[in-house]
Design a protein around this ligand. Structure first.
Ligand SMILES: Nc1ncnc2c1ncn2[C@@H]1O[C@H](COP(=O)(O)OP(=O)(O)OP(=O)(O)O)[C@@H](O)[C@H]1O
Length: 409
């Protein structure tokens, strides 16, 4: 735009200068006692024979309006194409206006044109004055338009700037919402709620043919919990439980435990599941997947025990984990409109919970099906024998041998 404007202004200036230059050259006719009026009419018959001047060099009086047109073009190109502040534009317009009007006033061609145009009703005004007036009006009009366009452009810019700022704010809020939602829901479920408009009636659910569920409780936490003045009505006990749970949560951040999903804490019981990844069930061989799903929970359980031992050493406590593990089909879903909760249901969950409640402190208690999978994966399982499980009858259950197994059937 700037280049176009400069080119146009330059072209107009060249036209004007060229014409002026030719006119100025007519001063040579003075030396030959020839009046300019004679020359300007293009009459060359009175020239002395030794002066040969090409008739084309004489500007035609009829070309006087082209001065005005090129001046109009100059002002228009300053106004339309130059993308600068209105003050600078005004300055350039004024400069162009003064230059052009001065040019009109100083060149004879306008007088000649005026003389030829005497029968016109506005002929009492010299043509240069009329042209100047037209240019002044045009400059004023263009200036008003410039101000309007600049005002619109500035408002537009401010709106765009505000919109950009608001869009960035929306993106930031979206990011925060995502982080918050991912803290209460698994990442893939959070993604579902962030990307789709789900109504309250739509129940979000997933079916899995084989996932592993683990309940890890601290049975002796109940004995530790006490509401006395010494521990600020139970606050200190809660603080320690929070520390334990937070340390457990940190374990989940390890890449090797990325397939494990924390479901919730129920009192001092930590409930997790592995294999809750929709669409990824068929990717590997079913048996290998099942072994990995169960084995990773055993790995996690061993890590939890190690962490709790560490906390015991630091806080002079004797907490022990009692772990129940089972695997099989479950149904997962999100329930509730306010504070929605992702949870899993099914016989597998009930059995895992029972394995915990009927288990032994410091040991991982599993069903015979789960024990078989673990033994295939290379773990050693000790048969506990027949165990009565409420609602299920008598089941043969196993303890998984771990580096820190304390025995005790
Ligand atoms: N999604 C879940 N979250 C937490 N605990 C669960 C979940 N599903 C089942 N349980 C627990 O599993 C255990 C076994 O459930 P089940 O339905 O077999 O028995 P129940 O009759 O409800 O048992 P109880 O009356 O002893 O609680 C229950 O203690 C229940 O609290």
């Amino acid at each position: 735009m700037f280049l176009v404007s400069v080119l146009l202004i330059g072209a107009c200036a060249v036209i004007n200068l060229f014409q002026t230059y030719v006119i100025q050259d007519f001063s040579i006719f003075d030396d030959f006692n020839i009046t300019k009026s004679q020359n300007l009419t293009g009459n060359v018959t009175d020239l002395t024979p030794d002066l040969i001047v090409s008739p084309q060099l004489f500007p035609d009086v009829d070309s006087a309006p082209t001065y005005l047109y090129s001046s109009v073009l100059t002002l228009a190109s300053i106004s339309v194409f130059l993308r600068v502040g209105y003050v600078l534009k005004l300055f350039l317009t004024a400069l162009a206006l003064i230059t052009h009007i001065a040019l009109f006033a100083s060149t004879e061609i306008f007088n000649e044109y005026h003389k030829r145009d005497l029968d016109n009703e506005f002929s009492m005004f010299p043509y240069a004055a009329k042209a100047g007036l037209v240019l002044v009006f045009l400059a004023a009009l263009l200036h008003i338009l410039d101000r309007q366009i600049e005002f619109t452009s500035r408002t537009d810019f401010l709106w765009k700037d505000k919109l950009k700022f608001e869009q960035e704010e929306v993106e930031t809020m979206r990011g925060i919402n995502k982080i918050l939602l991912e803290n209460i829901l698994p990442a893939h479920v959070a993604e579902h709620f962030l990307t789709s408009v789900a109504s309250e009636e739509d129940l979000y659910h997933e079916r899995y043919s084989s996932i592993a569920v683990m309940f890890a409780s601290i049975p002796n936490y109940k004995e530790f919990y006490d509401e006395t003045d010494v521990n600020k009505q139970g606050l200190e006990c809660l603080r320690l439980l929070n520390e334990i749970i937070c340390d457990f949560d940190k374990l989940l951040l390890k890449p090797k435990f990325s397939c494990i999903e924390k479901i919730k804490t129920i009192g001092s019981t930590y409930m997790i599941a592995s294999g809750l990844r929709p669409g990824k069930e068929d990717q590997t061989d079913a048996n290998t997947k099942e072994e990995h799903t169960v084995a990773i929970l055993v790995e996690f359980a061993i890590a939890l025990m190690t962490i709790l031992d560490q906390i015991n050493r630091e806080s002079f406590q004797r907490f022990k984990l009692r772990i129940g593990l089972s695997h099989g089909p479950v149904i997962a879903g999100v329930v509730g409109a306010q504070k929605p909760q992702y949870d899993i249901w099914g016989n597998t969950v009930n059995v895992a919970s029972r394995m915990d409640s009927t288990g032994v402190m410091g040991r991982i208690h599993v069903t015979d099906d789960t024990a078989k999978v673990l033994m295939n994966a290379g773990y050693v399982c000790e048969c506990r024998g027949p165990t009565y499980v409420k609602g299920k009858g008598t089941l043969t259950t196993y303890f998984v041998k771990t580096p820190n197994s304390t025995g005790g059937l």
